[in-house]
Design a protein around this ligand. Structure first.
Ligand code: ATP
Ligand code: MG
Ligand code: FE
Length: 348
């Protein structure tokens, strides 16, 4: 099927078009520059930017794919989770395109889309698979029994998301927003064994209650304290080394727990998804450990890890192929959509 996907959950207006698992277009307009001076995404600014970018971005995606709206078999849109006002722009636009063309509409989960995008790179996902979903708002270990209908959460962060930790630590180090890519770059010149920062929820007693859960807020505080102590002594803060040591702490816990979940559930495949899956150290360390454990690791190219419309189209295409019913045209955007709901059913 040919499916167009629309993504507006945060600050990227993304429109992707796929045919089956083939990526035909991936147009993204980001308002990130407008938020940078505030050190975070400003919801009203994001909504307005989506409104301005929506129609031109749809047109650009269609042009890139060499298609018109009449060629579509489905339209998928992020229904949640995300910023309410931002989501409403995408959902409203998708409904308008669906009504105008008669093409069926699928309201889908942004997080399942972060997992589904891997099909564009590596083909169908063997089920069951473990998804390590690490992004600006989420850090979860997901069990993907059926990408069309059964995705369950085995564990999640009990405080900050991994991407949030990257962004906060980047700020402490005086790096620009969003900080993840800057930490990744700085860490390449740093010593990851420079300091041993804490590995959250990894002690034996935590492993009983929070086996597949994460915690990054203590790590962030430890980094803040360490930096303060250096400054108090009049020392320069070695940005590259701190970045590398922090990044190692995050990647160590993420990969160890994902592999543990796969082993303990007898699952042979792990997928990385979400913006933090673009992290070069996470990819390398996960690959080393997966190879050691005899597990297949898959991840999409970095550009497909951060928010885009292609991931929404990829999930939509999978739903159409699986025969899942389209969503009711009056479904609402849901800023706190349950991570385990893949798509909105044909009833409310
Ligand atoms: P969610 O998907 O939970 O709704 P989001 O959509 O805002 O959140 P994504 O676009 O999926 O988030 O990911 C953005 C996050 O990924 C940011 O926190 C950013 O710093 C982080 N990130 C992007 N590239 C890298 C990288 N190379 N290393 C580490 N973090 C990264
Ligand atoms: Mg973004
Ligand atoms: Fe995202």
């Amino acid at each position: 099927p040919v499916v167009m996907g629309i993504e507006t959950s945060c600050d990227e207006t993304g429109v992707g078009i796929v045919r089956g698992h083939e990526l035909l277009a991936d147009a993204v307009a980001s308002s990130v520059d407008e938020h940078a001076r505030f050190g975070g995404v400003v919801p009203e600014v994001a909504s307005r930017a989506h409104l301005e970018a929506m129609v031109p971005t749809v047109q650009r995606a269609l042009d890139d794919a060499g298609l018109t709206l009449a060629d579509l078999d489905g339209i998928a849109v992020t229904a949640g989770p995300g910023l309410a006002g931002a989501l409403m722009v995408g959902v409203g636009a998708a409904k308008a395109y669906s009504i105008a063309t008669g093409v069926p509409l699928y309201g889908v989960n942004h997080l399942s889309a972060h997992i589904a995008v891997d099909t564009l790179e590596n083909g169908p996902i063997p089920e069951p698979a473990i998804g390590l979903l690490v992004s600006g708002g989420h850090s979860s270990i997901m069990m993907v029994e059926d990408l069309a209908s059964k995705v369950t959460q085995l564990g999640a962060s009990i405080d900050d998301a991994a991407g949030e930790a990257f962004d906060k630590v980047a700020r402490l180090l005086g790096l620009p927003f969003p900080g993840g890519p800057y930490i990744d770059k700085a860490a390449k010149e740093g010593d990851r064994a420079f300091v041993q920062f804490p590995r959250g929820l990894s002690a034996a007693k935590d492993m009983e209650r929070h086996r597949y859960d994460f915690s990054f807020s203590g790590l962030k505080t430890a980094v803040a304290r360490w930096i303060e102590a250096q400054k108090a002594e009049g020392n320069n803060v070695p940005v590259n080394d701190v970045a590398a040591a922090f990044q190692e702490a995050v990647c160590d816990v993420l990969t160890r727990k994902a592999i543990l979940a796969a082993k303990e559930h007898g699952v042979g495949t792990i997928l990385l998804g979400g913006g933090v899956a673009a992290n070069s150290r996470l990819r390398t360390l996960a690959m080393e450990r997966a190879v050691d454990a005899g597990i297949t690791l898959r991840y999409p190219r970095p550009k497909l890890c951060t928010d885009n419309g292609a991931m929404v189209a990829a999930l939509g295409s999978h739903l159409v192929a699986a025969g899942v019913a389209p969503s009711r045209i009056d479904f609402p955007a849901n800023s706190s959509m349950d991570v385990e709901v893949v798509s909105l059913a044909d009833r409310l």
